[in-house]
Structure formats: structure tokens, C-alpha cells
Design a protein around this ligand. Structure first.
Ligand code: SF4
Length: 716
């Protein structure tokens, strides 16, 4: 009888009364995979699942993060009402009270200390419309020069390198469709197998078609497994390794002389510098045997077509921008760009890493990739915004430098949108102390992140399921993220929040938007004639064409699949090569007797950034519920560390405790720790505050550390 009853109830549960489908896009990495949330109403409950949807980039594929992405927006911990901190506790207040609170504090701080006493910290996970509006909000509503965003910690080195070398920065110079047909691929400092899993089939297809794949990484990863050649370099030596490869290319003359003569400036200087270098010195710096550098250079030089991809492994260094430039030197020297199956890709990390750096939330930038210090650019944007050019603030400072200004007391209040800077920045202990000094911190977020906990006021923000807008993916393809899932409680979109704050500050006339599409239409005008020109893109076209690669300059422009076919974007049409030193101007951490191991950091497939969203997903957390330290067994033996044991890692900046994980695939002089966890597991507590002078990227990828068992063993 009991069994019969159970069977009856199970059948009841299985019966689907209604089914609703919500079209959307994954909130996580730069692939921006299209997906659908399927909501089924059963007799007694609702169930949800996420499935892939066909599109030109990910072709219907999803990774484990995407498949479970719905778990965080549906989580019980979602913030649904404005929360004000009173006597150390957050209490629910109305939007009216929240807006009055903001008005009072903005007015008081700015009257007392000037407009620049307030800062704005944005995100590369928000839509293009919100990134655009945030830049406008800072400059027009608050009139502050201090705005920057978390993409500074992610994409700034590649963006700076591409801008200086090519004259423009679109992450990929080609669409992904060309990858399977190229003959040699260099993957420098990228673990796409874990970070952008749905891109992998493009590379696997290339391999099936006979491509030779070179991977550059201090560790063996899912990505290096598909490589024919793995250059397992010492952390931080990427620029020197590129010099070694270039030296072979020059020595064995794989140069494309005609291309260099007609389309490139600066090659002579690069050649002079590179030939003066000693291979033995490069071998010593990189730890890569000379014959492997020869093999890489020969394969890349001899094959007819080739592509180079870089990511955070190369870029998150104090010479990240220069190191990327040196990989671009390799590409230009052999003329493998601007033609079919040849090109460069910076594999963006964050969901809108590309679009969010184009439309004005960077300290030095105005929409359309315009410069805030260029008079013509200022005049154009002032006109679009209907303000006087003289009222447009000048350039501010980068994300980490803003935090230093908070610490010094120059910035007293901060608006923070969709970011968790006390965990994601280097020297995280210092960063937390700086945030604790703020007189006024307003955070728009979905959850009480580690940074939101420090806020005076938290505003409930919508998720990817609820917030419509455009995102620009890894290719530079602008896509429309549909979002129709109903919002709970009093949650608002980031753009609505900005408009409402602007209204109470008396700036309503500049922020009278009633939809994301209206903001996009202003962005189109603001970007017109700029490097990142979106003026020909409309929501209607995005729905019909499933995404458009910028620049797209008119309604009849199909967008630009392949860049630089006839000219680069510098005024003379040529690319610019520069010699890159083996050594960074800002020195990197060196291993010493006290700190005898390199520490490098990165991601795991089941988590995203500081884990605020993915740690709320039961399925993703179950795969990696805590951080770990990957270590070679021979190194572990030396330090008397067992597998799966708690280990203390210490640098001159701080200490953390994580569990050891043995791997034969990592260099014995290096340990690896992912960066998705906070507090005593936050690896950024160990990272130096030193920045790349060219782009202000912190040097996340190389620190010097010591390790020891966390619990001292007693002698039995
Ligand atoms: Fe696609 Fe990236 Fe989301 Fe995975 S995390 S489903 S690869 S967008």
C-alpha cells in the first residue's frame, strides 16, 4: 500500500501543468551563450532547468556554469528591498527613504569636499546600456572625475596593447568561425577549457583539421592537453618567451618582408633589440628549453596561416600590456593578420568585458572608445549629453588607485555597481581597510557580497533573467539579451536605479529613460564616428541577425567580421611594433629564501569571479566548495605537506589557508590557487599592489610565497 501511494505521489510530481520558456543569455563569461530558462509548474511545485539556444558564437552549447546559472537569481538570499545599515544591522526601508538618504549624503559630501569626493566603481558584467549610463551618471549627475570599473583588473592590458599596436581594441580581430581552419594556434596564458568551455570545440575542430597548437602556461590544464607543444614557462616570463620566439623567427627568416614594409612601423627597432638578446638568458628567465622555443617559432613561422590568443596569464602582470604587445610583434613579423584564418584574440573573462570597456566607465574614456582628454571627443559627447564641454570632468584614476584615494581620505563616498572589489583587488587586506573608511557606500547588487556587507545602503538589483540589454561578447559581437522573468519584491534594474538617483539629484532631464532600448538608442548616437561605432545596430536588427560585430556604421552596414584587411586603425593605416624588454619596468615578485615559491592564480570551471553568484548555486558549489592550492608532489614532500591537507600560504602582504591538491602537471617551483573565495581563502590577500604603468593592471599572476602545514604536527 505504502509503495502504491509513493508511486502515485511521484507520478503527480512528474505531471507538468504548465510550462513557460524565458529566452536569455548566460550571465557569466565572455562567450555569452544564448540560453532558455524552462519553468515547469507541477501539481505542488515549480522546477527550473536551463538549456542552450542556437547562436553564431556558442552554437547552442552550454557549460556547467551556464546550465546552473538560474540557481542564483532564484536563491532565497536575493536582496529584494533597499537595506539601510542601522547600528550595524541592515534594515528594510522604502525606495523613497533610500533615495532621500542618497540625496542627503551626496549633497553633504560634495558641498563640504567638492564633486570629486564621490567616486563610482562599475563592472564588466553589466549591459552596454548600464555601462554607458554609469559613465554619464558619474560625469553629469555627480560631476566627478572618479569612475573606473572591475574590467581594469581583467582586460586592461590586452586593450591597451591592441590600441597601441593596431590603433583599436576589439578583442578578436576575426570571428570565431575562422579558428577551425587556421594551421597554427598559439594559446598564451589562457585556460579556455575551464574559463570559456564552449569555445573549446573551435580549437578541437582546428586540431582535427591538422592545426599545430602551442600552449604557454606554467601548469598543465584541460587546455594544454589539446596542445602539440606545451611551453611550461616560469610565471611572469611571458614577455621574455615572446622575445625568444621572435629571435628564432628573425634568425631563420620567417619574416613577411612585404607586409612589414607596407603595413608596419617599428620593426627595425624590434629586430635590433631582439637580435641583441642572448638565448641563454631567455632560457634562464623563462625556464623553457631553447629547442622548444625553436619548435614554436618554426611551426608558427612556416605554416601558411596562424592565430595568437592571449588571456589573463599573460596580461595580469606588471608588464602585461608590454607582454601582449610582444605576442602581437610575433604576429606582425610573420604577417599573419588582416587576412583569412590569421589574426589575434584576447579571450575576455567577464560577460561584457568587451562592451563595458567601450562606452565610458573607464577613468579616461567617453562612449564609442573616445578619449576624455581629446577636445573634439569632449565636444561631441557634451553635445550628445546636452551639457557644456567645460562641465565634463577630466580623466580620473584606475580602480586600484581610486581605492588608494579612498584610503587617503580624498574620496569619501562611493557608488558601487555589480562588483566585489574588496575580494577582487590585489592587496585585499588594504582594500578592505580602505572601504571601511568610507563615509558613504551605496552598493547595487543581488546579494550581500563581502563588499556589500560594508555598505551603508544596499539597493536590490535585477539579474540576467530580468534585465534586458545588449552585451558584446568575446568576438566583439553585440548581442541582445532578452529578459522577461518577473522581478521579485522591489528589485530594480541598474539603469532604473541610476535614473532615479539622478532625478533626486535634480538631473532628471539627462536621465529620462523608460527602457534599456531608449538608452541604447542614445548610446548609438554617442558612439557614432568613434572607434567602437554601434550606430548601425538596433534592437530590431539584433533580434533578426542574432548579433552584429562592431564597428557597424549604418543601418545597411552588416558589421565587420574581420578587421585590418586593408589598413590598421592608426592615422597612417599602419600597425606599430615596439621592442619589449625581458624585464618589467615595475619589478615582479622574486623568489627568495624567505618566500621560495612562485604563486600564480586563476579560475576553476564551476565558479565565476569572486563567486558571489556561483557560490549561491548548490550544483556549482558542490563541485568546488572551497579553495585549494595545486602543488607538485615533489615540492609538497619538501615542505612536509600531504595531499588534501590544510596549508598556510604566506607572502609579504598576508596569509591564507587552503587545502593542498597534488598535481604532477605544475612546475615544482610554482603553486596555483584559484581566486573565487573570500576571507581567509582569498588569494588576493597575498598579491602585491604594484600596477602595470601602461594600463594599471595589477600583477595577479606572480607573487612570491612560503608554505607550511596549517596545523603543526605533534610528534607522536
Ligand atoms: Fe557559456 Fe561562459 Fe556561460 Fe559557460 S560560463 S555557459 S561558456 S557563457
Amino acid at each position: 500500500m505504502t509503495e502504491m501511494l509513493l508511486k502515485y505521489f511521484r507520478e503527480q510530481q512528474k505531471q507538468v501543468e504548465t510550462e513557460r520558456i524565458y529566452n536569455t543569455q548566460c550571465p557569466y563569461c565572455s562567450m555569452q551563450c544564448k540560453m532558455q530558462l524552462v519553468e515547469q509548474t507541477h501539481v505542488k511545485r515549480k522546477t527550473y532547468k536551463t538549456i542552450g539556444r542556437d547562436n553564431p558564437t556558442s552554437q547552442g552549447r552550454l557549460c556547467i556554469k551556464g546550465m546552473n546559472a538560474h540557481q542564483h537569481p532564484l536563491h532565497k538570499d536575493r536582496i529584494q528591498y533597499p537595506l539601510l545599515k542601522v547600528n550595524g544591522e541592515f534594515v528594510k526601508i522604502s525606495w523613497r527613504e533610500a533615495l532621500d538618504y542618497i540625496k542627503e549624503h551626496v549633497t553633504e559630501i560634495q558641498e563640504k569636499n567638492g564633486a570629486d569626493a564621490l567616486g563610482v566603481y562599475g563592472s564588466a558584467s553589466i549591459t552596454n546600456e548600464e555601462a554607458y549610463l554609469l559613465g554619464k551618471f558619474a560625469r553629469v549627475a555627480l560631476k566627478t572625475k572618479y569612475i573606473d570599473y572591475n574590467g581594469r583588473l581583467c582586460m586592461s592590458a590586452a586593450a591597451s596593447a591592441a590600441s597601441k599596436t593596431f590603433g583599436m581594441d576589439r578583442g578578436f580581430t576575426n570571428s570565431l568561425q575562422e579558428i577551425p581552419f587556421t594551421e597554427c594556434i598559439m594559446l598564451a596564458g589562457t585556460n579556455i577549457a575551464e574559463c570559456q568551455p564552449t569555445i573549446m570545440p573551435y580549437f578541437e575542430k582546428a586540431k582535427e583539421n591538422g592545426a599545430f597548437i602551442i600552449a604557454i602556461d606554467p601548469r598543465e590544464t584541460g587546455t594544454t592537453k589539446i596542445a602539440d607543444l606545451h611551453l611550461k614557462l616560469k610565471p611572469g616570463s611571458d614577455a621574455a618567451l615572446a622575445n625568444g620566439i621572435l629571435k628564432v623567427i628573425i634568425e631563420e627568416n620567417y619574416l613577411d618582408e612585404r607586409f612589414l614594409q607596407e603595413r608596419v612601423n617599428g620593426f627595425e627597432e624590434v629586430m635590433q633589440y631582439v637580435v641583441s638578446l642572448e638565448f641563454s638568458v631567455i632560457e634562464e628567465i623563462t625556464g623553457v628549453p631553447l629547442e622548444k622555443m625553436y619548435q614554436a617559432a618554426r611551426m608558427f613561422g612556416q605554416r601558411e596561416t596562424g592565430m595568437i590568443f592571449t588571456a589573463r596569464g599573460v596580461e595580469q602582470q606588471t608588464d602585461g600590456s608590454a607582454a601582449v604587445r610582444n605576442f602581437l610583434n610575433i604576429l606582425l613579423s610573420v604577417g599573419k593578420i588582416g587576412k583569412p584564418r590569421c589574426g589575434y584574440g584576447a579571450i575576455t573573462g567577464q560577460g561584457n568585458g568587451q562592451g563595458a570597456r567601450e562606452h565610458g566607465q573607464k577613468a579616461d574614456q567617453l562612449p564609442g572608445y573616445r578619449s576624455i582628454e581629446n577636445h573634439e571627443h569632449r565636444m561631441y559627447i557634451a553635445d550628445v549629453w546636452n551639457i557644456e564641454e567645460k562641465d565634463l570632468p577630466r580623466k580620473g584614476v584606475s580602480a586600484y588607485e581610486m581605492i588608494e584615494k579612498i584610503h587617503d581620505g580624498e574620496i569619501k563616498g562611493l557608488f558601487l555597481v555589480c562588483s566585489n572589489p574588496t575580494v577582487s583587488n590585489p592587496n585585499a587586506n588594504f582594500v578592505k581597510k580602505a572601504f571601511e573608511k568610507l563615509e558613504f557606500l551605496v552598493v547595487a547588487d543581488m546579494f550581500e557580497s563581502e563588499t556589500a556587507k560594508l555598505a551603508n545602503l544596499i539597493l536590490p538589483a535585477s539579474s540576467y533573467l530580468e534585465d534586458e540589454g545588449t552585451m558584446t561578447n568575446v568576438e566583439g559581437r553585440v548581442t541582445l539579451r532578452e529578459a522577461s522573468f518577473p522581478r521579485r519584491g522591489e528589485i530594480k534594474h541598474d539603469w532604473e536605479i541610476l535614473c532615479e538617483i539622478a532625478k533626486v539629484l535634480g538631473k532628471e532631464e539627462y536621465f529620462s529613460f523608460s527602457s534599456a532600448e531608449e538608452i541604447f538608442n542614445e548610446l548609438r548616437i554617442a558612439s557614432k564616428g568613434g572607434i567602437a561605432d554601434y550606430s548601425g545596430i538596433t534592437y530590431e536588427r539584433l533580434r533578426a541577425e542574432k548579433g552584429i560585430l562592431w564597428p557597424c556604421r549604418s543601418l545597411t552596414d552588416k558589421g565587420t567580421e574581420r578587421l585590418f584587411e586593408t589598413r590598421f586603425a592608426h592615422s597612417d593605416g599602419k600597425a606599430m611594433m615596439v621592442p619589449v624588454s625581458n624585464q618589467a619596468i615595475v619589478p615582479k615578485a622574486k623568489i627568495t629564501k624567505k618566500y621560495p615559491l612562485y604563486l600564480t592564480t586563476g579560475r576553476v570551471v564551476s565558479h565565476y569571479l569572486t563567486g558571489v553568484q556561483t557560490r549561491k548555486s548548490a550544483s556549482l558549489s558542490a563541485r568546488n566548495f572551497e579553495s585549494f592550492m595545486e602543488i607538485h608532489p615533489s615540492t609538497a614532500k619538501k615542505y612536509e605537506i600531504s595531499n588534501q591537507e590544510l596549508v598556510q600560504i604566506e607572502s609579504s602582504y598576508g596569509k591564507i589557508v587552503v587545502r593542498s591538491k597534488f598535481s604532477e602537471g605544475i612546475r615544482p617551483d610554482t603553486v596555483f590557487v584559484p581566486f573565487h573565495w573570500a576571507d581567509s581563502q582569498n588569494v588576493n590577500n597575498l598579491v602585491s599592489e604594484k600596477l602595470d604603468p601602461a594600463c594599471k593592471m595589477p600583477g595577479f599572476k606572480v607573487s612570491a610565497v612560503n608554505i607550511s602545514p596549517s596545523v603543526k604536527r605533534s610528534s607522536y
